[in-house]
Design a protein around this ligand. Structure first.
Ligand SMILES: Nc1ncnc2c1ncn2[C@@H]1O[C@H](COP(=O)(O)OP(=O)(O)OP(=O)(O)O)[C@@H](O)[C@H]1O
Ligand SMILES: [Mg+2]
Length: 667
C-alpha cells in the first residue's frame, strides 16, 4: 500500500524539483486559475439571473392563466344569475298575484334546483331569488362535496352592498364580495366560512379586514328580474363561496401547472393549496406584512421572492376587487423556491466542475511548457558545475530557437574559449618550468665545459702532430664545442628576457634575410618567394629577435625540403589594422598531426642526434609571446607547412616591460 503510494508520489515530487520549475508551475496555475475563477463566478451570476428571470416570467404567465380562470368563473356566476333573472317563468312566479302561493313556490324551487345541479357552476354555490325589498323567496345551496339543500328562511339581504347597488342601479352587478357571517348563517354556510385565524410568522399584527375569521369570500352576481311592464319583481343572487372550497385553486394548479395558488379574504387564506408544516392546507394563515402592504394597501401587484406560510416562493400576488373596485382580497400563484434553487445549484456544480477541469488541463499543458523552459537552464546549471569542477569537455545541447538556444551556444563558446586558454596557460607553465631547469643545468655545465675545452685545446697543441691520441683529442674538442653550442642555445632559450622594442620594417627585414639565406648551402635547392603587403605599417619589435624567429622558421622549412622546394614569406595587415601577419610556408614533408601539440616544447625534435637540438621553435615561441603575439601552425603531411606569426603593430612600454618580466619567468 505504502509502496504503491510512493510510486505515485515520487514522479509528482519530481515535478516540483527546482525553484524555477516550481515558480513557473505556480505562475501557470495562477494565470489559469484567476480568469477561470472569475469567468465561472460571472457565468454562475448570469445563470442565476437568467433562471430568476425565467422563473419570474413563468410565474407571471401562470398568474395570467389563473386570472383567466378566475374571471371565467365570475362570468359563469354572472351568466347563471342573468339567465335566471331573464327567465319568463321566474317573472310569473314572482308576479304579485302568484308570489307566496305554495305550488308556485315549489315550481320556483324546482327551477332553482334544476339550475344548481346543471353543472354550470363549480364548488360551493348558492342560488337565491329575492323580493325587491331584499327578502329571500326561495334558494338552494350546493356544497362542494355534492350535498344540496333548499333554503326558505325569511331574511333580508338588502343591506349587503352589492344587493343595495343592484337595487339602486336596476342592473346586473357582479364582483368578488365579502359576505359577513350573519348573511351566511341562515343559508347554512356560516360553518364552512368560519376558519379560525392562525398565528403566522411575518404577518401584520392586525388582520386587514375585521371580519376575517368568520366572513365568506365569494364570486357573486346579483341580477334584477323584471315583470312584463318593466316593474322590478325581485332579484337573483348567485355566488360561489371560496372559504374551505378548493375547486378553483386546485383547478388553477393542475391546469396552469403552477406549484401553489391561493385566494385571500384581506390577508387571510380562505382557499389554498399551500400546505402547512403538518401537510394540511394552510387556510386560516395570513399573508406576510410586506406583501400585504404592497397589494392590499397600495393596490399593486407583487412579484418576486416571498415568504409563504413556512418557506420562500417565487410569487405573484394580484388584488381582488369587489363591485365598487374596493380591494377585498388577493389572488396568488407561486413556485417553490427550492426547486429553483436546486436548479441553480445544479448549474453551479457543473460550472465548478468545468472550471476545475479547465484548470487541471491548463496545469497539465503547462508541465511540458515549464519543462521546455527549465530543461536547457538545468543543463546549463549542471554543465557550469562540471566546468567549475574542472571538466572543460562538457557541452550543452543547442536545442530549440530564440534566447535559450543563444544562451546554450554562448555557453559552449565560452567553455571552448576557456579550454583553449587553459591549454595555453598550461603549455606556458610547462615551458617555464622546463626553461628554469634548462637554465640551471646549462649554467652548471657551462664552467666545467669551458675547462674541458680549454684543456683539450692545450693538450691538442702540446701533443706532436703525429701522436696517436691527436685524433681523439680533436674529437674531444669538437664534441665539447658542440656541447657549448647546445648550452648557449639553452641559455638563449632561458634568457629571452628583454625586448628592445624599436621601429621595425618587417618587409625590409624579410627582404634582407631572404638575400642572406639564398647564399647558404641549406637553401641551394630552395626557391624563396616573397609576397609582401605593400603598405605594411612599421611595427614596434625587437628586430634581432624577430630576425631569429624568421631564421628558425626558414631553417626548419628548408630542412623539411631536402630535395628542394619553395619557401614563401608572406606579410599582411589584418582587417582591423592593428596586427601584422607574417607567414613562412614551405612545400616540404609536413608534420604529422600527433606532433603538432609538441612542436613548441623544448628538445622536441625529429632530426637525428647531432642535427637538431629541438630548441628552435621553443625559442621562437618565447620571442613571439614576449611581443604579445601569437604563433599558429597549419600542416599537411607530404604537402607542406605554414607557420604564421601575428604581432601587434604597437606594444606599449608597460606591456613590453611586463612581458619581459613575465617571460623571464615563463620562457
Ligand atoms: N617546416 C617544417 N616542416 C616539417 N617539420 C618541421 C618544420 N618545422 C619544424 N618541424 C618539426 O619540428 C621539430 C622541432 O623543430 P625545432 O626547430 O624546434 O627543432 P629542430 O629543428 O629539430 O632543431 P633545431 O634546434 O636545430 O632547430 C623538427 O624536428 C621537425 O620535426
Ligand atoms: Mg629548427
Amino acid at each position: 500500500m505504502k509502496r504503491g503510494l510512493m510510486r505515485i508520489v515520487q514522479p509528482l515530487r519530481g515535478l516540483f524539483r527546482g525553484y524555477l520549475h516550481r515558480v513557473l508551475l505556480i505562475a501557470f496555475f495562477v494565470v489559469a486559475f484567476v480568469p477561470v475563477a472569475f469567468g465561472s463566478l460571472a457565468i454562475s451570476r448570469v445563470i442565476q439571473d437568467y433562471l430568476t428571470r425565467a422563473t419570474t416570467e413563468r410565474v407571471s404567465r401562470d398568474m395570467n392563466l389563473a386570472q383567466a380562470f378566475y374571471e371565467n368563473a365570475l362570468r359563469q356566476v354572472s351568466a347563471v344569475a342573468f339567465s335566471l333573472a331573464l327567465d319568463n317563468e321566474l317573472s310569473t312566479y314572482l308576479s304579485p298575484e302568484n308570489i307566496g302561493q305554495e305550488d308556485m313556490m315549489r315550481l320556483m324551487d324546482a327551477m332553482i334546483l334544476h339550475r344548481i345541479v346543471s353543472n354550470e357552476l363549480e364548488g360551493t354555490q348558492f342560488i337565491g331569488v329575492f323580493r325587491p325589498d331584499g327578502h329571500l323567496v326561495s334558494g338552494r345551496v350546493l356544497f362542494a362535496y355534492g350535498v344540496q339543500r333548499s333554503v326558505r328562511r325569511d331574511m333580508d339581504w338588502s343591506g349587503l352592498p352589492i344587493v343595495a347597488a343592484t337595487l339602486r342601479r336596476g342592473a346586473l352587478t357582479s364582483g368578488t364580495e365579502i359576505i359577513p357571517a350573519e348573511y351566511l348563517e341562515p343559508i347554512g354556510l356560516a360553518e364552512q366560512a368560519r376558519i379560525p385565524l392562525i398565528e403566522t410568522p411575518r404577518a401584520a399584527p392586525e388582520p386587514f379586514d375585521p371580519r376575517e375569521g368568520t366572513a365568506g369570500l365569494a364570486l357573486m352576481a346579483v341580477a334584477p328580474a323584471y315583470g312584463p311592464d318593466n316593474q322590478m319583481l325581485g332579484f337573483v343572487v348567485v355566488f360561489q363561496l371560496f372559504n374551505r372550497d378548493f375547486t378553483l385553486v386546485d383547478r388553477i394548479r393542475s391546469v396552469a401547472g403552477v406549484d401553489t395558488s391561493t385566494i385571500f379574504l384581506g390577508d387571510w387564506r380562505v382557499s389554498t393549496n399551500v400546505l402547512t408544516e403538518t401537510g394540511e392546507r394552510a387556510i386560516g394563515t395570513r399573508l406576510s406584512e410586506e406583501v400585504a402592504r404592497v397589494v392590499l394597501h397600495e393596490g399593486q401587484e407583487y412579484t418576486g421572492r416571498a415568504f409563504v406560510v413556512k418557506e420562500n416562493f417565487i410569487t405573484r400576488y394580484t388584488p381582488l376587487r369587489d363591485h365598487t373596485g374596493q380591494i377585498v382580497g388577493i389572488l396568488y400563484v407561486g413556485a417553490r423556491e427550492e426547486a429553483f434553487l436546486s436548479l441553480v445549484h445544479d448549474f453551479n456544480r457543473r460550472v465548478v466542475l468545468i472550471a476545475v477541469v479547465s484548470i487541471l488541463i491548463a496545469v497539465l499543458l503547462s508541465l511540458p511548457v515549464a519543462r521546455s523552459i527549465t530543461q536547457p537552464i538545468i543543463s546549463l546549471v549542471a554543465a557550469s558545475a562540471e566546468v567549475a569542477g574542472g571538466d572543460m569537455s562538457v557541452r550543452v545541447p543547442e536545442r530549440g530557437r530564440g534566447e535559450l538556444r543563444q544562451l546554450s551556444e554562448a555557453f559552449n563558446r565560452m567553455v571552448a574559449e576557456l579550454q583553449s586558454t587553459q591549454d595555453e596557460l598550461l603549455h606556458a607553465k610547462n615551458l617555464a618550468s622546463i626553461g628554469q631547469l634548462a637554465a640551471g643545468v646549462a649554467h652548471e655545465i657551462n664552467n666545467p665545459l669551458g675547462t674541458i675545452m680549454l684543456y683539450s685545446d692545450i693538450l691538442n697543441r702540446e701533443v706532436p702532430p703525429d701522436s696517436t691520441i691527436k685524433d681523439d683529442l680533436q674529437m674531444i674538442s669538437r664534441e665539447a664545442a658542440r656541447c657549448k653550442e647546445i648550452v648557449t642555445a639553452l641559455l638563449n632559450f632561458a634568457r629571452q628576457s628583454r625586448v628592445m622594442a624599436q621601429e621595425t620594417d618587417v618587409n625590409s627585414l624579410i627582404r634582407e634575410l631572404a638575400s642572406d639565406l639564398e647564399r647558404l648551402p641549406l637553401y641551394e635547392n630552395v626557391i624563396i618567394v616573397q609576397k609582401l603587403a605593400p603598405y605594411l605599417p612599421i611595427i614596434q619589435a625587437d628586430a634581432s629577435q624577430l630576425r631569429q624567429v624568421l631564421v628558425n622558421l626558414a631553417n626548419n622549412a628548408a630542412e623539411a625540403m631536402p630535395d628542394g622546394g619553395t619557401l614563401t614569406f608572406t606579410t599582411m595587415l589584418d582587417p582591423a589594422g592593428d596586427r601584422v601577419h607574417i607567414s613562412v610556408e614551405d612545400t616540404g614533408i609536413g608534420i604529422p598531426p600527433e606532433n603538432i601539440p609538441k612542436l613548441f616544447t623544448p628538445f622536441f625534435t625529429t632530426k637525428p642526434i647531432g642535427r637538431g637540438t629541438g630548441l628552435g621553435l621553443a625559442i621562437t615561441y618565447g620571442i613571439v609571446k614576449m611581443h604579445r603575439g601569437q604563433i599558429t601552425v597549419q600542416s599537411q603531411v607530404g604537402k607542406g607547412t605554414r607557420f604564421t606569426v601575428i604581432l601587434p603593430a604597437r606594444i606599449s612600454q608597460a606591456q613590453s616591460g611586463a612581458a619581459s618580466d613575465e617571460t623571464a619567468r615563463v620562457v
